[in-house]
Design a protein around this ligand. Structure first.
Ligand SMILES: *Cc1c(COP(=O)(O)O)cnc(C)c1O
Length: 432
């Protein structure tokens, strides 16, 4: 790519007008105007391969053509855009398809709640319902968890910097070690259970445990099937609800529609958002076992629970799941991704990297400092790739699930170029 100067790098209005809170525009400092599939273009027409996919909101890629057509027809016909939670044809179509395509084939029986349209809204509704259903106040969460930015969700989030933003004490949550947190030889479930069974532990029985099956923001930490099953068992034995936050890992990111399908657990409550709308439009769902659907009408409310434009694209997106083909394609690309990452780790042993992840949510963990440099360098070479982990020590590869192998390969070649570049610099420093 040529030196990317020009209009796209003029950030003056954002610096002047937009709050200091802005973040991704700092990591990827250009102005975008167009996108298709796994490619984004800035206003100077520089192309970027997107390995970030809207943090998981674009699993089907940018402007997927079938969804765009449906949406454009709906708009042209004056389809109702906003309905609060009134019944609409678009919502009916989505619910029927969700029941037929997703729930029934998996023998899952959930009531569907529409909270406000973001992930944190879904998490808040889940926490509220768990407390209401059990009469208990505390919720168990896990080290390095990420559940959103509103106060309830922040209380069950691990990151110190994010928690600090609350400005008030974050109560009624207890953080326990995630799978692997205490090293490979410790089963953290034993540690957790020792607290639950001991009346002297100082911890009152929690209403629920909220868990990500794979921690995306927390550094690509994968919980094993065995650990997840064990956690489900503990929840049952201590009368706690199991909440799976599938906001980022759901909708196929780890290879199956729900991330927990791999271990056969059935959570009491499931949070979904990000890619459920299909097109990157705001939408969220909270799935609730019928016997736990204890809400009174309107008890948990919100203005933007009837985003019909999202219902239209969400229903269309479910067509990807009508056959097993999409899941097979994801599995194939996931294997390819894993092989390339393992190769890179072997080739660049000096970095002591570690390949991590599952499905199309993979990455490499490095010593602090390296991942950030790779991310910046990759951006200058036309690849959008974020970091994750408490210290941003992991490069995170999460392209749209629809990316083809050529796109995946080209993105990974950029990553390899960055590693070559950085190791050259390191060698130069050592030679001096
Ligand atoms: C992104 C995310 C959230 C929060 O979703 P928002 O839409 O940003 O509020 C919650 N949980 C997980 C696991 C997420 O990745």
């Amino acid at each position: 790519m040529t030196e990317p100067l020009g209009k796209s790098r003029d950030m003056r209005v954002f610096e002047r007008c937009e709050s200091e809170v802005r973040s991704y525009c700092r990591s990827f400092p250009t102005k975008f105007h167009r996108a298709s599939g796994y490619t984004m273009w800035d206003v100077d027409d520089n192309a970027y391969i997107d390995f970030f996919a809207g943090a998981g909101a674009l699993n089907y890629g940018h402007n997927p053509p079938e969804m765009k057509d449906r949406l454009m027809r709906y708009l042209a016909d004056d389809g109702v855009a906003h309905t609060l939670d009134m019944a609409s044809e678009a919502k009916e179509a989505f619910l029927s398809s969700f029941e037929e395509t997703i729930l029934k084939p998996r023998e899952l029986n959930y009531k569907v709640m529409f909270p406000g349209p973001t992930g944190t809204n879904s998490v808040e509704s889940a926490l509220k319902l768990a407390r209401k259903a059990t009469g208990r106040q505390t919720v168990m969460s896990f080290t390095n968890a990420f559940h959103g930015m509103t106060l309830g969700a922040l209380a069950v989030t691990g990151n110190k910097f994010k928690r600090g933003g609350a400005g008030v004490p974050l109560h009624h949550a207890v953080s326990m070690p995630y799978d692997g947190y205490m090293g490979p030889d410790v089963n953290t479930l034993d540690y957790i259970e020792s607290y639950l069974k001991d009346s002297g532990s100082g911890i009152s029985l929690p209403a629920a445990a909220i868990v990500e099956t794979l921690q995306g923001e927390g550094g690509i930490n994968v919980a094993s099937d065995k650990w997840l099953k064990g956690l489900a068992d503990i929840c049952k034995r201590y009368g706690m609800l199991l909440i799976v936050d599938d906001v980022q890992m759901g909708c196929g990111r780890t290879g199956t529609f729900f991330s927990f399908e791999r271990c056969g657990i059935v959570p009491d409550i499931v949070c979904l958002s990000k890619s459920i709308g299909g097109y990157g439009l705001p939408m969220a769902l909270t799935l609730i076992k019928p016997e736990l659907d204890l809400w009174k009408p309107g008890e948990h409310n919100g203005t933007f629970r009837g985003n019909n434009l999202a219902f239209i694209t969400a229903a269309e997106a479910l067509n990807f799941w009508k056959t097993t083909r999409f899941a097979e394609e994801i599995a194939d690309k996931s294997r390819f991704l894993r092989e390339r990452l393992t190769d890179l780790v072997r080739k660049f042993t000096d970095f002591e990297g570690e390949a991590r992840g599952l499905g199309m949510m993979q990455g490499i963990a490095f010593e602090p400092g390296i991942a950030d440099r790779i991310s910046r360098m990759a951006f200058e070479r036309g690849l959008i790739m974020e970091t994750s982990g408490t210290d941003g020590e992991v490069i995170k590869i999460m392209p749209p699930l629809t990316i083809d192998k050529d796109g995946l390969n080209r993105g990974l070649n950029v990553l390899e170029e960055c590693l070559v570049e950085i190791s050259k610099e390191t060698d130069a420093v050592l030679a001096r």
